[in-house]
Design a binder for this molecule. Structure first.
Ligand SMILES: *Cc1c(COP(=O)(O)O)cnc(C)c1O
Length: 229
């Protein structure tokens, strides 16, 4: 909440301020800001907000619920946007998600791969679970190698790398270092899978320090999310 009388920052101001923070964090780690793709996560927000972001030059947007994502992608089909699906995937919806998503960040089990195979090649990440709770989504690190092999054998999927969400009870920087190490461990099988989708509104600087190439940032840019219906 801003103080009484203080103006609310506009969408353009929040976007500019996050972009400046990303550039600072990149330079502090000896990296180029241009190596980093910022995906603005627009879940629960109306299509009009996505359109406003597009007018401000945003090219990558992220959604985590299939029906909502599908509707927005259809409504905004004329805009130069790349749609990233970052939420938990149901296997019976996988084929439909593939129809509008340019990049899928949340592949976490072999059962999804049949539905995600296809002729058109789309980019994907394998989501790793950094907690001991299977409900959190993501493949357990012990099962990652097998999922990498199965993904590489699936037609129509180009494996970019790994995705993760930092657990609530661990230092984000330590958690992101674990993802980086896992990424190095799959390089033999998947030399091209060098990308790291990690870092959100509260922890993107730590993610950049550990090599994040794709940030998924919601509230710091969009403002608070409306309640989901
Ligand atoms: C909502 C969401 C984000 C963005 O979270 P913020 O804290 O709003 O930046 C990133 N990744 C995933 C998977 C999400 O569901």
């Amino acid at each position: 909440m801003s103080e009484a009388g203080a103006p609310h920052p506009t969408l353009a101001e929040r976007l500019a301020s996050v972009q400046a923070g990303i550039a600072d964090a990149a330079r502090a780690s000896g990296r180029q800001p241009s190596e980093i793709t910022t995906i603005v996560v627009t879940k629960f927000h109306p299509a009009s907000l996505v359109r406003a972001l597009s007018e401000l030059g945003v090219r990558d947007v992220g959604e985590n619920r299939h029906q909502e994502a599908q509707a927005k992608a259809a409504e905004l089909a004329g805009l130069p946007l790349r749609w990233h699906f970052v939420g938990q995937l149901q296997s019976k919806k996988a084929k439909q998600v593939r129809a509008y998503a340019d990049v899928i960040h949340s592949i976490d089990r072999p059962a999804l791969l049949t539905g995600l195979s296809g002729e058109k090649v789309i980019d994907c990440f394998l989501q790793v679970n950094l907690t001991d709770n299977p409900e959190r989504g993501g493949v357990a690190p012990a099962a990652l190698d097998a999922l990498v092999d199965q993904t590489l054998a699936t037609p129509g999927l180009r494996l970019l790398g790994l995705m993760a969400v930092a657990p609530l009870d661990e230092e984000p920087r330590r958690a992101f270092a674990r993802v980086r190490e896992l990424s190095e461990s799959i390089r033999g099988a998947a030399p091209g899978a060098t990308a790291l989708s990690m870092g959100m509104s509260q922890d993107f600087a730590d993610a950049i320090a550990e090599g994040a190439t794709h940030l998924r940032i919601g509230t710091a840019i969009t403002g608070n999310r409306p309640q989901p219906e």
